[in-house]
Design a protein around this ligand. Structure first.
Ligand code: AMP
Ligand code: MG
Length: 327
């Protein structure tokens, strides 16, 4: 599905964010993929059609390679191997070890609000494969005994305690965005947008050399955006929100971002968190963590981080954002 058109304001599937390239009359090609349970779209500017297709093919190979390493839904992935290792040390790719180390570093930064060992709870709530389900207190209490990033042991490979499991769903798309950005840059691409669900990575300058314009979706209505951001090339814009994945049971809504301390969907006063920075992997993990932390703790964290910009949308609709990305 390759298309060619004048650049105007472009809406990115699935309408989580959109970006624009003004009325510069440039040519672009886009390709949509579905992987990691997410609609992904890559757009390259000012490339020949044949070259654009080669680039899409390289990107797709990378997407599949990472899905086969990191997905809990792929039986032979490193993560599935690790989750089935029954307390033994598992041999996994050095890249998998590095990504788990990075996840643990964000756990430490965020006082455990980000914790990939939340997997037993994510599974209980049925956010992977199985039916959505409201677990009883006993089941949650059992799952909690297996949650704790401090029990991940690095042995050359990785060892989890028996019963533990990990889920890279809160960080893997950020990592993939960074990898695809490097891949496109290495292949000489000067201008591209990588959209992985709620994650946007901007490669190089917008064809008209102005800043990219990224719209942050409203957490209250999927067809509206809540603000627009002015973002430089090389940066990544990642949003986490309760609206992204949820189910309803007996009039209550349960979403997919779990508070590792309770095992329940995080009771946040935030409706969505957007983090903007150069390290997409970090931004992805932080957007999840800051959602769990809630407004006060998230703001205190962000005020100490000059390398990051942010948009916090409060449950009541108020928007708090850093000045440097205001359009
Ligand atoms: P995101 O959409 O990036 O906010 O990531 C949410 C996904 O990360 C969920 O669907 C789970 O797979 C996983 N997850 C949920 N809660 C947490 C948490 N507190 N820390 C790390 N990963 C989580
Ligand atoms: Mg995340």
């Amino acid at each position: 599905m390759t298309k060619k058109a004048l650049c105007a304001i472009i809406t990115v599937i699935p309408l989580l964010l959109c970006f624009g390239c003004a009325k510069s009359g440039c040519v672009y090609y886009s390709k949509t993929f579905f992987s990691m349970d997410t609609v992904m779209e890559i757009t390259v500017y000012n490339e020949r059609e044949e070259r654009a297709n080669e680039l899409f093919s390289l990107c797709y190979d990378e997407i599949l390679r990472q899905e086969n390493l990191f997905s809990v839904s792929v039986a032979a992935s490193d993560i599935s191997k690790l989750n089935a290792s029954g307390g033994e040390s598992a041999e996994v790719a050095p890249e998998t070890v590095s990504l788990i180390e990075k996840a643990v570093s964000v756990s430490e930064l965020t006082g455990g609000a980000f914790d990939i060992t939340v997997y037993p709870a994510v599974k209980l709530w049925g956010f992977y494969g199985g039916e959505h389900n409201v677990p009883n207190r006993g089941e949650i209490a059992d799952a909690l005994t297996f949650i704790g990033y401090k029990n991940i042991e690095f042995t050359g490979g990785v060892r989890l305690r028996k019963g533990m499991g990990i889920d890279l769903g809160g960080i893997a798309k950020g990592y993939l965005g960074d990898s695809l950005k490097s891949l496109l840059e290495k292949n000489g691409v000067k201008s591209a947008v990588i959209s992985l669900g709620g994650n946007i990575t901007l490669v190089g300058d917008k064809p008209d050399k102005k800043s990219w314009s990224v719209a942050v979706r409203s957490p209250f209505s999927q067809d509206e955006y809540i603000c627009r951001l002015s973002v430089s090339g090389g940066y990544c814009v990642v949003t986490s929100g309760a609206y992204e994945r949820y189910f309803e049971k007996d009039g209550k809504t349960y979403h997919h971002i779990i508070d590792p301390k309770t095992g329940y969907p995080a009771q946040s006063d935030l409706a969505s968190v957007t983090v903007i920075g150069e390290d997409g992997c970090l931004c992805d993990a932080l957007s999840t963590a800051l959602f769990v932390m809630g407004k006060e703790k998230a703001l205190a964290f962000l005020l100490g981080r000059e390398d990051l910009s942010y948009v916090l949308v409060l449950e009541g609709g108020e928007v708090i954002m850093s000045d440097d990305v205001k359009e």
